[in-house]
Design a protein around this ligand. Structure first.
Ligand code: ATP
Ligand code: MG
Length: 271
């Protein structure tokens, strides 16, 4: 069993981010070190203003303790971080860890906008953090911000992906996660043969937690040795299952993240 450090927000209610990553990665046979980067009473979509605890004082103590306890991790997944200071703390800690794999979902915006509270300094801190990554998973908005190009919903993928690759270490991959192609939604990345795309039919509606869950699945599959292409194919198939299940349940509270039952069964079937 290898151990994966997962650093992202813990929203008590809403079933996304860390609350989704832990079951997904546990089902994939990882020991998960679940490190909240901030604590929220709910996630930030649809519940009003959550009660938030900033963990900037706690994180350095965690890293000191882990260093003393000689803990090390084979894989890492970083999602929502939240402040420039926390990005730097994570960067400094991870730079000393000899990870086989680091996946960074540079969560900071959507629909062409930075999330509230973020500015250009945050984008710069994220550019620094992704220098350690083997794979980054920006959505179209985050890709545009990192690449420093104006946002359009359907960007020039070869150009944006080439810009992103320049920010990464050699051999690392930038994968844009919410790319629309015909009636499909999926992931696009660059190889020597040009832009690659894998996707699944887009289902009706917008769902919370799809990006976080996708990132956890991709990190888990890559850490288990699946190729990038295979990991992205399976991840998109499984997210499609999760969204379809969520739709079929016609749930009373649409704010809750996607249903994970079918996705977890698919993971366990893989063996
Ligand atoms: P976030 O907005 O949470 O940061 P993101 O913008 O990176 O995430 P999403 O738009 O949430 O990405 O999509 C992530 C993945 O979830 C897609 O690649 C797809 O596999 C799946 N997905 C999301 N929405 C749908 C949908 N309406 N129908 C089918 N699959 C979907
Ligand atoms: Mg999105």
């Amino acid at each position: 069993m290898s151990s994966m450090l997962v650093a992202e927000d813990l929203s008590a209610v809403g079933g996304i981010s860390l609350s989704a990553a832990v079951p997904v990665l546990t089902a994939m046979n990882y020991q998960v070190a679940a490190l909240p980067t901030s604590l929220l009473s709910t996630h930030t979509s649809g519940y009003g203003v959550p009660a938030v605890v900033n963990l900037a004082d706690w994180l350095p103590r965690v890293f000191d303790h882990w260093t003393q306890a000689q803990l090390d991790f084979q894989q890492g997944l970083i999602g929502y971080v939240g402040t420039v200071e926390l990005c730097q703390l994570l960067h400094n800690y991870l730079a000393q860890q000899k990870l086989d794999l680091l996946v960074v979902d540079p969560v900071m915006g959507d629909l062409g906008q930075l999330y509230s509270g973020f500015d250009d300094d945050y984008v710069a801190a994220m550019r620094q953090l992704i220098q350690l990554a083997d794979v980054i998973l920006p959505n179209v908005t985050e890709a545009s911000l990192l690449a420093g190009v104006p946002y359009t919903a359907e960007p020039n993928l070869p150009s944006v992906l080439r810009q992103l690759q320049k920010l990464l270490k050699p051999g690392a991959h930038a994968v844009i996660t919410d790319v629309t192609k015909n009636d499909q939604i999926g992931c696009a990345w660059l190889t020597a043969d040009g832009v690659q795309f894998v996707g699944e039919p887009r289902l009706a509606g917008h769902y919370n937690g799809t990006g976080d869950t996708l990132a956890a699945v991709i990190a888990g599959l890559l850490g288990r040795g699946f190729s990038l292409t295979r990991s992205l194919e399976l991840a998109n198939q499984w997210l499609h299952i999760a969204v379809a299940e969520t739709l079929a349940e016609s749930r009373s509270d649409a704010r809750q993240g996607v249903a994970l039952g079918g996705l977890l069964r698919a993971i366990l079937t893989l063996g």
